[in-house]
Design a protein around this ligand. Structure first.
Ligand SMILES: O=C(O)CCC(=O)C(=O)O
Length: 295
């Protein structure tokens, strides 16, 4: 049964996401996965480092950062992060029941100037979507498994800017402008955002490398990238959700009708409410820990 409180919490989080365009979700990664991710990330990063250096010397890769390729092939923990129990209710609320993993980046950002464009939307050149009104089209989650300091290349956002059309000129504002929100995550946190909200990575002026995992999610009908599918698909695509996340077709179900909760578009509202209620209970747990002040 859906209680008024369930709906209030769920709607509250959704309203916050839709209003500002991003959410800081503290402590969503279980400590065992945090520890395993720290270890496995460093192993994979070390393996790729010399390849990256070679690419940089040949002018084939940027100097400012690198992405470890095919991270879903580098350890179970990276696949576990795709559909964390603590994240699924939020992902289903912010994308929808037809969610699919779209792409991944395992990013290493050594001290230095930012490599991202100043305030930008990732979707500004996308055709066919009314971006200012499409809160559920495309989200990114940055997962953090080490604490960041405020000068360590943190993500920053301009709240509400995702409601603007894509051709809006980029603002010329700096990190300490009151209109800017900077995220300083701790190990185990995630930062989720609508990729149309204006955002950037700030300079990493610390003496520590920033490490993060970026998982992008959209709908089952949006073409996904190879780095969103583990090579060992049979080993990992063992649940209905995993098959959907990795874009595995289901016989007889069109791309547009794929739904993780089993409902069909316009289908049984009771089933949808039961699902929503379960989602809301989890959301409440997360909100209890959130760094965002609730009135
Ligand atoms: O912080 C980063 O690594 C990239 C930030 C960004 O622009 C993005 O994720 O789209």
């Amino acid at each position: 049964m859906v209680t008024a409180l369930d709906l209030e919490v769920s709607d509250d989080l959704k309203l916050r996401y839709e209003g500002q365009g991003f959410l800081h979700l503290p402590g969503v990664i279980p400590p065992t996965i945090v520890a395993e991710t720290q270890r496995a990330f460093d192993v994979a990063s070390k393996k790729h480092y010399d390849i990256w250096q070679g690419q940089v010397s040949r002018g084939e890769a940027p100097k400012a950062y690198y992405d470890i390729p095919s991270i879903l092939d580098c350890g179970d923990c990276f696949v576990d992060l795709v559909d964390l129990d603590s994240m699924m209710p939020i992902l289903l609320e912010t994308v929808g029941a037809d969610i699919q993993l779209n792409h991944t980046h395992a990013r290493v950002f050594p001290p230095g100037k930012t490599f991202t464009a100043p305030w930008h939307s990732d979707l500004a050149d996308v055709i066919g979507i009314d971006l200012g009104h499409s809160h559920n089209f495309f989200v990114k989650v940055h997962y953090f498994f080490e604490d960041l300091s405020p000068d360590q290349g943190c993500l920053a956002f301009i709240p509400g800017s995702h409601t603007q059309p894509p051709d809006r000129p980029r603002p010329n504002i700096r990190e300490n402008d009151p209109g800017v929100v900077k995220m300083v995550p701790k190990a185990g946190d995630a930062v989720l955002f609508n990729t149309h909200v204006m955002h950037m990575a700030l300079d990493n002026t610390s003496n520590k490398t920033r490490k993060s995992l970026i998982y992008a999610y959209s709908h089952f009908w949006v073409k996904n990238y190879a780095n969103a599918v583990p090579t060992e698909l049979d080993k990992y695509a063992t649940t209905t959700l995993r098959r959907q996340m990795f874009g595995v077709d289901e016989e007889g179900v069109s791309y547009f009708d794929r739904r993780y909760d089993g409902s069909l578009p316009g289908g049984n509202p009771h089933e949808q409410n039961t699902f929503r209620s379960a989602s809301s209970r989890l959301l409440k747990r997360i909100l209890g820990k959130s760094s965002v002040t609730r009135k």
